[in-house]
Design a protein around this ligand. Sequence first.
Ligand SMILES: *Cc1c(COP(=O)(O)O)cnc(C)c1O
Length: 423
Amino acid sequence: MTKSEELFQRAVKRIPGGVNSPVRAYGSVTEAPRFIQGAVGCKIFDVDGNEYIDYIDSWGPMILGHNNEQIKDAVIRASENGLSFGCATEVEVEMAEFICDKIPHIDMIRMVNSGTEAVMSALRVARGYTGKNKIIKFAGCYHGHTDAMLVSAGSGVMTSGVPDSAGVPKGCTQDTMLAVYNDLSSVEKLFLESDNQVAAVIVEPVGANMGVVPPADGFLQGLRDLCDKYHALLIFDEVITGFRLSFSGAAGFYGITPDLVTYGKIIGAGMPVGAYGGRKEIMEMVAPAGPVYQAGTLSGNPIAMAAGLTQLKILWEDQDIYKRLYQKGELLYEGIRKIFLEKGVDYQVNSVSSLGCIFFTPNKVTDYISAKTSDTTEFSKYFQYMLNHGIHMAPSQFEAMFLSDAHTEAEIQETLDCIEKYF
Ligand SMILES: *Cc1c(COP(=O)(O)O)cnc(C)c1O
């Protein structure tokens, strides 16, 4: 038995499913998860001494690569003053100023501790600001595990959401309306059916939790126009795309201005941080400035802020990184497309810059329904082959591959060689 297997046996006895977040479980690919000892650059090491090229990157935060020296130094320096005070600190002001100065559509921002919290709070603000209750979300988009967002349903447009999880009362999701990704008419239909009760449309500007599903030309602009027409707020959930597609996220990459943005993952550089921000008159609704209550004992934690701000400064000062990530994405995903073409493999490769995935289906994948046509048994075989050949990817068909600045041409080529051999 490997040490990972041993640890997993102990873990399942004391932690539900053996993991502290379901995405870490290898249930869908019939393996024990690899327990990780450490990581540096684009390499990750498990407790059995195996080395892998990592395409999870902690689900995005490790955009500079693992164990970045500058970030580590910032954390050590900050921790010398104490881990938490539950009081205001200078670094929180610096963080807020840094983001608001650089990102045109953010005048004010509030720190929280996870992407889930950011979304939950942004929805409350949108409802408080508009005085309306309904939220339009898209099937297949993930916005954390807050009650109202645990609706995705597999079959077309539904006007009233049915919860995806036990323990979520119908009452919590009755104001969640489900639209089809990349289908503007499904959105307008909901606006019309809602009797003008839509507070906000929330969207992953690049779908990255049903595999990678890029927005079709005009989709995000269409959402902007519909929100303006019906006086609803447009919320970009940039928990994955923020500071990744460009410094100003998908909003900057596609040139669309949302009213509110949610962040997570990259913003904390590996520490538990989320944030939501937007226009001043909307954000001034938040307590104690306004009537929308939202709080957090450890929010804006000085160690987490030191880590996050250091990473954001590196990204801002070296914006060529976004060109490099784009080029690496081209190298990897175009490389896979080329292999498929040569070998006559009829599968899809979807990608936007550094984010991408293979769908094991001959159908074009543009939304949740088409994503679900992927053959997950095929994925599982592919995943196991890659893992056993030193390539560490998310153990699910419906996750993205995350490239970091630490992945070099050599590792990408090694990955492509491995993919070519598998197919
Ligand atoms: C990961 C994710 C979340 C939830 O963030 P947590 O920090 O895991 O709570 C929300 N939205 C999107 C788009 C995500 O990818």
